[in-house]
Ligand binder design. Structure first.
Ligand code: PMM
Length: 306
């Protein structure tokens, strides 16, 4: 199964495998890498490293969505992300802006962003849908129920997968009404956002149901709390964010093999390998004739030096 593709992105992003989006947080307080790339120069250098490591897209964000986080004034968010987006786009990167604000999205697209990644799916800012419609930019609509300071109180579900799919369908209706075309849309189940730990697993395990809704799907599991709990030590202490990269890469492989269009990760090299493994695995499921296998075998033995 090859993941669905948003047709409006640049041609070089139409790979047959799942794409890898590298995270460039220009924030002092993100849960996973807070403060490490906080100056524009450090963030640009980090983005260029992620590109060298094989990231297909770079997601630049200036506001932490960590549970409990306070909002950043819009002027500060603009100051954080715009120079980084401009510099990375000028170096040929496919840049995404991680924002819930229409003003930031619009300015980012003017500076060269090709994708708007909105964790609120348009709910945080009434003007977002209009900006997305007017610019024609590719738009990630993530499942969301409220800002970081209140989201843990909004985490009640019946069947979490059915509820998330229904709420994303409602978002699509609203976005369409504002003039956004279906071929601009990517959907995201919003792992960790108003989701109690255990609710994240069915959203992953039943990813094919979301994929079957007919839109490209982005999965953002990287270093999230539910992985910390999964990997807890014998005394129950959750594994810290930087110890969650192996589990993140495992999810990248599984998400890729279940139809995800893109995975959003902090540690790029392991997920690049993971999505390539998934692609090779999948393409080998189609029976091939002996000649093709012989060619592949030559390439393989050459590569291992045998
Ligand atoms: N998660 C975070 C931030 N942005 N965007 C999308 N589309 N999906 C996500 O799951 C997502 C996101 C939180 O992680 P971070 O603070 O480490 O960036």
């Amino acid at each position: 199964m090859s993941p669905l593709r948003p047709p409006r992105l640049p041609e070089h992003l139409s790979s047959e495998r799942t794409l890898v989006m590298g995270v460039v947080n220009v924030t002092p307080d993100s849960f996973s890498d807070g403060g490490r790339w906080y100056t524009p120069a450090a963030a640009v250098a980090h983005g260029l490293t992620l590109l060298e490591q094989g990231a297909d897209l770079l997601d630049v964000g200036g506001e932490s969505t960590r549970p409990g986080a306070r909002r950043v004034p819009v002027a500060e968010e603009l100051d954080r992300v715009l120079p980084v987006i401009e510099a990375l786009a000028a170096r040929g990167a496919a840049v995404s802006v991680d924002t819930t604000r229409a003003r930031v999205a619009e300015a980012a697209v003017e500076r060269g962003a090709v994708l708007v990644n909105d964790v609120s799916g348009g709910l945080a800012d009434d003007e977002m849908a209009g900006v997305v419609a007017a610019t024609g930019v590719t738009y990630v609509a993530m499942h969301w129920r409220g800002h970081a300071d209140v989201m843990d109180e909004l985490a009640a579900y019946g069947d979490v997968v059915a509820d998330v799919r229904r709420e994303l369908a409602e978002r699509r209706v609203q976005l369409r009404a504002a003039g956004v075309h279906d071929d601009q849309l990517v959907l995201d189940p919003g792992l960790g956002f108003a989701k109690p730990g255990a609710a994240n697993w069915p959203l992953l395990a039943r990813l094919p149901e979301l994929v079957a809704d007919g839109f490209p799907v982005l999965v953002g599991a990287s270093r999230k709390r539910f992985l910390g709990h999964l990997l807890a030590g014998p005394d129950g202490t959750p594994a810290p964010p930087l110890a969650r990269d192996g589990a993140t890469a495992a999810i990248s492989a599984l998400a890729a093999s279940h139809g995800a269009w893109c995975v959003r990760v902090h540690d790029v090299p392991a997920s690049v390998d993971a999505v390539r493994v998934a692609a090779a695995w999948q393409s080998a499921q189609v029976p091939r004739d002996d000649d093709e296998l012989a060619v592949d075998d030559d390439a393989r033995t050459g590569g291992t030096g045998r």
